[in-house]
Unconditional design. Sequence first.
Length: 357
Amino acid sequence: MNPWGLAFLPGGRFLVTEKGGTMRIVQSNGSRSAAITGVPSVDSVGQGGLLDVALAPDYATSQRIYWSYAERDGSGANGLAVATATLNETTLALSGVQVIYRQTPKVSGSSGHFGGRILFAPDGKLFVMMGDRQNGDQRGFSQDLSRGNGKIARINTDGTAPADNPFTGQSGAQAAIWALGIRNPQGAAIHPTTGDLWINEHGPQGGDEVNRITRGANYGWPIRSYGCEYGATQGEACWIGGGTHAPTYVEPVTTWTPTSTAPSGMLIYSGNGIPEWRNKALVGGMQYGGTLWRVDIDQAGAIRCTVRGGQPAQNCGEVLFNNAKIGKRIRDVRQGPDGWVYLLTDAANGEILRISR
């Protein structure tokens, strides 16, 4: 029911999270297991719930998994949390569940912009994408290093902050923060050649972005955006802060302006099955009934291209699939061990779709 995150288990099986709070194993023939036991309670409200999942790099021997979810405290406030446990694939049970990281402080009265994507870097550190928590009184904290709003965290597998993080030792700053000025990141990928982290994030009214994330960088939200405040007449005149991020903040590599695609999962393709897609970003979308974009990026993130009115400009990419071909909101985009591309659709009867030759 409403799948959100996908990881590939040995033997062609899938580990899938469902937003309402269940986690299941899906066989290659499409059959689903019973719910895995031991998953802690999630706050399935608005955009919150059980979100992303990732296998530990040594999963073959450790059977350890990591996942993100919306967590509510006793006062009713909520925020993103990351937990880890050992998965027994035979008994469908988690053991040794431990929450290793929490977005702090938690927020009252918000049900949106949790972010939630997690993924491992080549050095074994874990990146955690955290949203600004949506409420008007919260989004400004994306520029505040003492708070988890609108940040990307980089943590060790036990949840501690690596000593080489950019703000370690800075007075008042959370040591786990890797980058700031983020609105609502819904997709993340590691570049197969450079090892860099790339993300996408939702803009407000227009201004969805793809960004290459670098250590200590500030991506400008909510001071700069190529989107407009809700209710404004769309166009350059209403771009937040005039739109242009540089030189104070990092310019996005790609924006969807003035329309939004509501970007979701993403990958940077490295397989042999579809060679013309290699080193291109594939970005899912939840608008227009469901869209999959191919976005041309350069490794340095030097080229900024803009997608206008639902079609790309400057040869920055193309619509691979849209509502006419899919008709389903795309929640996650993954490259399988077989080199093909897998899509996870966002619906009560969500599906795993495979793109192959």
